[in-house]
Design a binder for this molecule. Structure first.
Ligand code: BEZ
Length: 220
């Protein structure tokens, strides 16, 4: 399905949320945002996902990241459902807004539809899509999961850590990277530049090709 993808600006839609009406760009306003959709209110996997997002709220705050949920039910349903989510989450509260999209218009604009999942009246359902939107309001990363598979919120934090560092330094993060582990120097940086950019030093891995492209360093 064509639609919003990496590098695209998120359209400045006016949306109705559990926190009132808002324009998406006003909400994003210069910070990172995790925009995530759900197949429906009062469904089991979605309830666990929203609860986990709520219980990680201090982890998102630490990274200056806002959350914005979306499900195609209406606001009164979202508000009722939130009580269940909070009961399941324990002490955590759902402090982030949830968009209502009963007409499925926003879903289409944001490329969050599940082509395989339909409700009882044959209408398309949202997928478990998740867009990480940068401070410049463009899509930096997207996940697209089917209804049967809940997302891993630890992975959401991990990729945020990667994206935020790659935005600040000329680095990329290698396989299974976690915060605090070495990163790799971006291939666009030659060794002379790397000495200036990484005064802490970098180590080049000796590989059969002798091309010297795998260089590890450390950044905060
Ligand atoms: C769920 O959130 O549990 C769910 C929603 C739609 C289809 C299957 C599972």
């Amino acid at each position: 399905m064509p639609g919003l993808t990496l590098g695209d600006a998120v359209p400045n839609l006016e949306v109705e949320t559990t926190h009132g009406k808002m324009k998406l760009h006003d909400y994003f306003s210069g910070s990172w945002t995790v925009l995530f959709s759900h197949p429906g209110d009062f469904t089991p996997v979605c309830t666990t996902e929203l609860a986990k997002m709520a219980s990680y709220s201090n982890e998102f705050e630490k990274r200056c990241v806002k959350l914005l949920g979306l499900s195609c039910d209406d606001i009164s349903s979202h508000k009722e459902w939130t009580k269940d989510v909070e009961a399941f989450a324990g002490d955590a509260r759902v402090t982030y807004p949830i968009i209502a999209d009963p007409n499925r218009e926003i879903l289409k604009e944001l490329n969050m539809i599940d082509a395989d999942e339909k409700d009882s009246s044959g209408r398309h359902m949202p997928s478990r899509a998740l867009h990480i939107v940068g401070p410049d309001k463009t899509i930096k990363l997207s996940f697209l999961y089917p209804a049967c598979t809940g997302r891993n919120m630890e992975e959401v934090l991990r990729v945020l850590d990667s994206l935020q560092r790659a935005c600040k330094h000329k680095i990329a993060t290698p396989v299974n990277w976690k915060l605090g582990e070495p990163v790799v120097v971006s291939p666009s940086v030659d060794n002379e530049q790397a000495k200036e950019l990484f005064p802490q030093g970098f180590k080049t891995v000796d590989l059969p090709s002798k091309k010297g492209y795998l260089r590890f360093t450390n950044v905060d």
